[in-house]
Ligand binder design. Structure first.
Ligand code: CO
Length: 498
């Protein structure tokens, strides 16, 4: 072809890259130092917010996520700002009521977000509808997302049908979210070719985990993908995105030429090379190709989580059996893509099944709620055995799960009282009650601030042992959500245990 069709690039350095490599710890101050330079590079957009960055700000950094967004918006004047939103889960780990979704999206756009990438772990459009409608109403670009996975039931027809439905629901573009780095180059070609027929721009988001992502991007570009996600080289590869520099260089002088200035990107990368040393990056995150993803189709981060769960039970030797059990549990649950929160739900049940020596002798509350339909509709039916065990003769919930939730904003406002200093604070509290309240208390000086050395924003060499200890429990698991951490408190669960 000779017709010019420049590929656009979304830079993920301020969101997914540091979430994937450094447990979401990058401080706002470091982003601001390089933000203007990044703004001048000419990216299609910069992903700077959402995913795990929201609670991470309050939880680990003593920072207000809303303030971060406003400061970035002030400095990044030309480039569109993008965020990742987990549908009805917003930036949390459970479903929230519709009034929280509306308030969150409205304030996010007001604070500077232009493009909202919306996904659901089960690809259940009902879990995305409210957020998509809110984003559209607020004037944001609605990027609806397909969570990519492999299974006997996932195929090109299913993904295309899914995409068409999302466009009918008002999507301005479609993203393929390959959170585990599973998509192979030739599958990427086929999938993008199919999705391009739907009639809106297509964007591909992958991770370098299996070592295939750059090749997959190239094939996706041949198939006509409009935008791909990359990160500045020092924070690329491993469990992060492919490096921007290589792609820009590879496409130079071709019809797909990005037109981006490689020298300017290199300057930004010099900066990230410098600050990278200030954060702890677990060796597993940058250890080159993760062969587990290729062999088991289970994200490597999830395997290390399973291994540590087993080690705690002094049962490390059972790992091979658990790795065989994970796909079986996933099949029983109707083949959910493995992403937060389904990866944790499937993984923990597989561990329990193996440890107790009998499948589903004990069933976790999450699996029960899943089977009851409270996470949404799986790709295919849950196994009869599991249905019988959990539901007896009862029927699962057929309504959209969030229809069962009463409004939450006014209750949150009353509960947090004057510790909230703005409407944004009330939203933060509605999303993460304990984390937000602790943050507000520290902000007001009612509790001591998080020590600098615990933020992992200090040179690793200064206190390497402490840094390592602080970080290992928060190693990235499966891409976006990753950290269930202490929001697992049953009192905070959206739906009653049963
Ligand atoms: Co990602």
């Amino acid at each position: 072809m000779s017709e010019k069709r420049p590929v656009k690039i979304t830079d993920t350095t301020f969101r997914d890259a540091h979430q994937s490599l450094m447990a979401t710890r990058m401080k706002t101050v470091h982003m601001l130092e390089v933000a203007e330079l990044m703004d001048n590079i000419g990216f299609h957009s910069m992903e700077v917010w959402g995913g795990a960055t929201f609670d991470s700000c309050m939880r680990f950094l003593d920072e207000d996520p809303w303030q971060r967004l406003r400061l970035l918006r002030k400095t990044i004047k030309k480039t569109k700002l993008q965020m990742l939103l987990r549908g009805q889960n917003l930036v949390g780990y459970r479903h929230y009521a519709d009034d929280v979704v509306d308030a969150f999206v409205s304030r996010a756009v007001a604070a500077g977000i232009d493009i909202i990438r919306i996904f659901d772990a089960l690809n259940d459009p009902r879990n995305m509808a409210r957020a998509m409608a809110a984003a559209r109403r607020e004037g944001a670009h609605v990027q609806a997302t397909i969570s990519y996975t492999l299974s006997p039931y996932h195929n090109l027809d299913l993904f295309e049908t899914n995409a068409r439905r999302l466009v009918e629901m008002g999507a301005d573009s479609i993203a393929i979210k390959d959170m585990a780095g599973l998509i192979s180059p030739f599958d990427a070609f086929e999938l993008v070719s199919r999705l391009k027929k739907v009639g809106v721009p297509v964007q591909l988001h992958s991770h370098y985990t299996s070592g295939m992502a750059s090749m997959s991007y190239l094939k996706a570009i041949e198939a006509g993908v409009d935008v791909v996600d990359t990160a500045c080289a020092p924070l690329a590869m491993g469990t992060s995105q492919p490096p921007t520099e290589s792609l820009v260089a590879a496409l130079r002088g071709t019809p797909y030429d990005t037109g981006l200035d490689l020298e300017m990107i290199t300057k930004a990368s010099e900066f990230f090379k410098g600050i990278k040393k200030l954060y702890y990056i677990p060796p597993e995150a940058t250890g080159g190709v993760d062969t587990d993803v290729l062999v088991y189709q289970i994200p490597g981060g999830m395997i290390s989580n399973l291994a540590s769960q087993l080690a705690q039970q002094k049962a490390a030797h059972l790992l091979p059996e658990v790795l065989r059990e994970v796909p079986r549990v996933r099949a029983d649950l109707g083949y959910p893509p493995l992403v937060t929160p389904t990866s944790q739900i499937v993984g923990s049940q597989a561990v329990v099944n193996v440890l107790l020596g009998e499948r589903y002798k004990m069933i976790s509350t999450e699996v029960k709620n899943y089977v009851r339909g409270l996470y949404g509709r799986p790709t295919t039916a849950v196994s009869d055995e599991l249905k019988q065990k959990v539901l007896g003769g009862e029927a699962p919930v057929e309504v959209r799960p969030a229809d069962l939730l009463p409004p939450q904003m006014e209750a949150a406002r009353a509960e947090i009282g004057d510790l909230a200093e703005s409407e944004e604070d009330v939203i933060s509290y509605a999303l993460f009650p304990q984390v937000a309240e602790s943050f507000f208390r520290r902000r007001r000086g009612l509790e001591p601030p998080i020590p600098e050395e615990d933020k992992c924003g200090f040179p690793a060499a200064a206190k390497p042992a402490a840094c390592r200890e602080a970080d290992l429990s928060f190693i990235y698991t499966v891409d976006s959500g990753l950290l269930l951490a202490d929001e697992e408190d049953p009192e905070q669960a959206a739906y009653p245990a049963g």
